[in-house]
Design a protein around this ligand. Structure first.
Ligand code: PLP
Length: 453
């Protein structure tokens, strides 16, 4: 077991004033259901996101569910959404009996490709179905290309629900993520940039939509002296205690954004120079990401290690990482969904890893992660260089080019590799005794096969 303390991917980071608001709820006995904290939290969220209204809810998933209901999505409908996302974006579409239409990513932001979006809309229209809504996601805090997406959505007159669950504090064209569409969704889940332990919000400039969301979230109880219900409702409101945490958290949101971004620049500064490690910067000055999680793409042919082994190596150091989201079109449960693909998200999933990104990581935590990454990358890249040297030697041997072979064998600096080459040489020469001796180095055939295949 590693001795070091565990470094988490993204853990809750309290600001210090949360308990004052919780205490206020206790003192006034407004523990549940609603109360002053909920009202104040909603007002703060709306103002921060530059929208007129916000409904505080039990989760981001609940917010997506309600947004779809409000737009009238029902059985048999189609809803377009990003394929590269967390499953919570898609599940509510299926709760309503509608079919998710999955759109792959553009390389610039890793979010919904506007080009594929338009192609998909045209194709669905040709097939006789107009999609009921479009859900672009601002994944890992990087804003989607909202000018193009909104232009397409407006042109075809399809409402947009922005999934900004991971993007509180991100901006596109200097406007907050979540404020572009008809409705926006936020999450205050435990690993998000701020948390209420669990919670979410639906935001919009349209008061009627938010009033409707609050109504549906409180069991669709009609105004009447008794309990009157004319439609199906849900228990989706945020409690006054949790909203108290949210009020405290919103006091430090700018610090949290700053620190997450700082994490990104720290990793980029120190790892960006490694061949085979790539970062996804904001494509241009229109984009401002909260860099909720820092991600790297690992090219195993250059680094000598793939993202799964990298994750495992970091885990041995008690450092938590996570692969990028597995796209929804690759999930068995959504294999029936029409998908418009370009291969981008599949490749991101194959090579991408999220690094610890909490705003509460200390400078020494970050140095520990960096040191671990450097050691792993240096060992693995040495392996790549050795493999290349072995490969050159084998080629020279196969070509019966003795001078080159000797040169390359002399270049080898690992005794195991030298033994392997000797074994291969002996096998090629059909020198059974030499081969048998050389094969005692267990590496021989294994290395040859590994290198050749
Ligand atoms: C992209 C995305 N959408 C939706 C959600 C759902 O939010 P919640 O966990 O609050 O239901 C999350 C996070 O959990 C998310 O990352």
């Amino acid at each position: 077991m590693p001795q070091n303390n565990r470094i988490y991917l993204s853990s809750p980071h309290m600001g210090g004033t949360e308990q004052n608001y919780i205490k206020e709820a206790f003192d006034t006995n407004w523990i549940a259901p609603l109360g002053a904290n909920v009202d104040a939290f909603e007002a703060t969220i709306a103002s921060y996101c530059n929208v007129r209204h916000a409904a505080a809810l039990s989760s981001g998933s609940a917010a997506i569910h309600l947004a779809l209901i409000i737009l009238g999505v029902k059985t048999g409908d189609e809803v377009i959404a990003s394929s590269f996302t967390f499953v919570a974006t898609i599940n509510p579409i299926v709760y309503l009996g509608a079919t998710p239409i999955l759109i792959d990513s553009e390389p610039e932001t890793w979010n919904m490709s506007p080009e594929l979006l338009e192609y998909a809309i045209k194709d669905r229209l040709l097939k006789g179905k107009k999609p009921k809504a479009i859900i672009p996601v601002h994944l890992y805090g990087m804003p989607a290309d909202m000018s193009k997406i909104m232009e397409i959505a407006n042109h075809y007159d399809i409402p947009v629900i922005e999934d900004a669950a991971e993007a509180l504090g991100s901006r596109y064209d200097n406007k907050p993520a979540g404020c572009f569409g008809k409705m926006g969704v936020l999450s205050f889940n435990g690993n998000k940039i701020i948390t209420t332990s669990g919670g979410g919000a639906l935001i919009s400039n349209d008061e009627e939509l938010i009033i409707k969301a609050r109504f549906l979230a409180t069991q669709a109880r009609e105004v009447a002296p008794h309990y009157q219900h004319n439609q199906i409702g849900y228990n989706y409101r945020m409690s006054n205690v949790l909203a108290g945490i949210g009020r405290g958290q919103m006091e430090v949101i700018e610090e949290r954004v700053k620190r997450r971004r700082d994490n990104y620049f720290f990793y980029q500064k120190h790892l960006g120079k490694y061949d085979g490690i790539k970062f996804r910067d904001e494509p241009n000055e229109l984009y401002f990401s909260n860099h909720w999680l820092t991600k790297i793409l690992i090219d195993p042919s250059k680094t000598g290690i793939n993202r799964e082994d990298m994750q495992e190596e970091l885990e041995k150091e008690n450092i938590e990482t996570r692969p990028l989201w597995k796209p929804m079109h690759l999930q068995p449960i959504f294999s029936y969904c029409p998908a418009y693909l370009n291969g981008v998200s599949q490749e991101l999933f194959a090579n991408g890893l999220c690094l610890p990104s909490g705003s509460n990581m200390s400078d020494s935590d970050r140095m520990r992660i960096l040191d671990a990454l450097k050691v792993i990358l240096e060992i693995s890249s040495r392996r790549v260089i050795n493999s290349l040297k072995v490969l050159r030697a084998i080629n020279a041997l196969n070509e019966l080019n003795e001078i080159n072979a000797v040169k390359h064998i002399n270049d080898l600096n690992d005794q195991k590799d030298i033994n392997a080459i000797n074994a291969i040489n002996a096998i090629n020469a059909k020198n059974k005794i030499a081969a048998k001796n050389a094969k005692k180095s267990k590496n021989a055939i294994k290395s040859k096969n590994a290198i050749i295949t």
